[in-house]
Write a protein that binds this ligand. Structure first.
Ligand code: AMP
Length: 293
């Protein structure tokens, strides 16, 4: 490890190579310390920071990766304009006492000849997996690599990306990664909108419309949990409410099993309500628990 691996020194220990990451982790291991990993794509906000705080309660040392992973973006998605602000991210990580930033270049993660994909069936199908072709293959492959590169004891991901969290839990179990996967609760704005790097793309008018998303999601979850209407009817009413609020497209609003993510037609077990909507070119996702009354 050496801060000099970055062009300008950053305010915390930072490495760009797998070798540098492994050297630092090995040093901690020799001292008997436990390690947590929080993978991110940067543009850090309070939601990301809450995952680091959570990791710090579980382990001695926390590594944060910042890597805008090209393989999880579709051809028409926002890879090029995805916000990149390493310097201010590093300041936030330093202030939060994160132990190491791992910020590899694309060529470090995908050298010439790279040919392997980790693909998860079942939980990755439908919802974000249906509309964003190849998205979860990209996520599963890059997170597998980060796991092998860092070999942490725990890895923390946000419930904000609920389907992603279940996909990662699934392959970690299937591939026997000796890593405990922890989900952290979604951090929200005062009006309930889930924090997201993509909220910055919203105009004032779109931001006003966006504030209806958590309200409608919660209302639909309560309607389903009350048992007074069928889940199907509650979902239809939810979609109608989203359209009426002014969202340009409702990609999906679905009730799924909390772990396997199979669709639920009745609330006969703990469920999760998941939504994706579009405002102009911006895509917003959110989800809430739906518990038996
Ligand atoms: P990203 O940089 O968007 O890939 O997100 C990195 C991690 O932060 C993922 O595990 C996300 O689920 C998590 N995350 C994103 N937004 C939030 C939020 N509002 N609250 C908690 N975690 C979040």
């Amino acid at each position: 490890m050496s801060p000099s691996e970055t062009d300008t020194p950053l305010p915390l220990a930072a490495v760009r190579t797998v070798a540098g990451l492994r050297a630092m982790v090995a040093k901690w291991r020799r001292a008997g310390e436990t390690i947590g990993l929080v993978p991110t794509m940067g543009a850090l906000h309070r939601g990301h920071m809450s995952l680091m705080t959570l990791a710090q309660t579980e382990v001695d040392r926390v590594v944060v990766s910042i890597f805008v992973n090209p393989t999880q973006f579709g051809p028409d998605e926002d890879l090029d304009k995805y916000p990149r602000q390493e310097r201010s991210d590093a300041d936030k990580l330093a202030a939060a006492n994160v132990d190491l930033l791992f910020a590899p270049q694309v060529t470090e993660m995908y050298p010439d000849g790279f040919s392997t994909t980790v693909s998860v069936e079942g939980v990755s199908e439908g919802m974000c997996g249906g509309k964003r072709q190849g998205h979860f293959d990209g996520v599963s492959t890059v997170v597998s690599k980060l796991f092998m590169q860092c070999l942490p004891d725990v890895a923390v991901f946000g419930e904000k990306d609920y389907q992603q969290l279940q996909v990662i839990k699934r392959f970690a179990r299937d591939l026997d990664f000796p890593i405990r996967i922890i989900g952290g609760p979604t951090e929200r704005e005062e009006d309930g909108l889930a924090l997201s790097s993509r909220n910055a793309y919203l105009s004032d008018e779109q931001r006003g419309i966006a504030s209806h998303l958590p309200q409608i999601l919660k209302g639909t979850a309560l309607a389903i949990a009350s048992g007074h209407v069928s889940p199907d009817l509650a979902l239809q009413q939810g979609i109608t409410a989203l359209n009426a609020a002014g969202f340009d497209d409702v990609e999906y609003l679905e009730l799924r099993d909390v772990e396997t993510l199979v669709p639920l037609v009745s609330l006969d077990r703990p469920g999760r309500l998941l939504v994706a909507v579009h405002l102009g070119k911006t895509r917003l996702i959110d989800n809430v628990a739906v518990n038996l009354a």
